[in-house]
Ligand binder design. Structure first.
Ligand SMILES: Nc1ncnc2c1ncn2[C@@H]1O[C@H](COP(=O)(O)OP(=O)(O)O)[C@@H](O)[C@H]1O
Ligand SMILES: [Mg+2]
Length: 263
């Protein structure tokens, strides 16, 4: 299980728009500030959800944690080691559309286990992961032969088979139909209860975060800061329609995000 410390992280992107007034000692372009002194601690074994409005910098934050992007200032430590670049060391980044179209489901899942020499052990693990996500019987199908939800499940199997200590997911349920969305949510919770990995999910969906997160972090609009944090008592399923505490938390998050008429 991994611990993530995000310490005083700032990120700005260069801007194409020129400043109104240019002085000699400054760059003529005003940078776009995306992350503004962000401090987050992700505890080992927690399922942490980072929530924020669209465009606030959630994906940027994940890309920095995964080592694919660099902060402007501040640092990220994983198990007390600074992140200096992409590393597959016990970390898996779940990406939508990450299946290779020319490989079958089983071959796609196999990619995570390239280095495993023992063929029997390897294929046992692959078939087990495929079964766990409900794709038994579709091992030899190509991605184009699967529905959107099935593709997402195959992507989840890829994460499962690696059994990473840290799983990073960017909007893992977006674009799924309602029922598949709920089932995928359940599968992530089941996987977490079974394997206790540290999972970091970013999402704009408040109900997803409340339904699955142990630790919720709410970000502001860009330039994004942490505005609210909440640890939810363990236990699933959670239902804001039946649980008053969860309903109040949901309302508080909507208010924090500037929505006052959430239904
Ligand atoms: N490579 C980039 N260059 C310039 N600006 C970027 C780049 N990537 C993201 N941004 C800007 O950073 C902001 C946050 O983007 P992003 O992290 O994708 O937001 P979110 O995932 O919260 O929707 C957006 O305003 C976007 O325009
Ligand atoms: Mg995003």
């Amino acid at each position: 299980m991994s611990q993530i410390l995000i310490h005083d992280l700032c990120k700005s992107y260069p801007n194409r728009r020129k400043k109104q007034r240019i002085t000699t000692d400054e760059t003529p372009y005003e940078p776009i500030a995306v992350l503004d002194h962000v401090n987050i601690k992700v505890s080992p074994g927690h399922l942490t959800c980072i929530l924020g409005p669209s465009g606030c910098g959630k994906s940027t934050l994940l890309m920095i944690v995964a080592g694919f992007d660099k902060p402007t200032s501040g640092k990220v430590l994983i198990n007390n080691k600074p992140i200096t670049g992409p590393t597959s060391d016990n970390m898996f980044v779940f990406q939508q559309g990450g299946l290779f179209p020319w490989l079958t489901v089983a071959q796609n899942v196999e990619l995570g286990l390239r280095n495993l020499q023992d063929q029997k052990e390897k294929w046992d693990k692959i078939y087990e992961a495929i079964k766990m996500v409900g794709l038994k019987g579709f091992e030899d199908h190509y991605p184009e032969q699967l529905s959107g939800g099935m593709k997402r499940r195959a992507e989840l199997a890829r994460a499962l088979v690696v059994n990473p200590k840290l799983l990073i997911m960017d909007e893992p349920f977006s674009g799924l139909d309602f029922l598949t969305h709920l089932r995928m949510r359940e599968e992530v919770v089941n996987m977490h209860e079974l394997c206790h990995q540290t999972i970091l999910i970013v999402t704009h969906d408040i109900d997803d975060a409340i339904a699955i997160g142990d630790h919720l972090i709410v970000m502001t609009d860009r330039p994004s800061r942490v505005k609210m944090e909440h640890i939810i008592e363990p236990g699933h399923p959670r239902n804001y329609e039946k649980d008053k505490e969860i309903a109040e938390l949901r309302e508080e998050i909507f208010f924090t995000l500037g929505v006052h008429y959430a239904v």
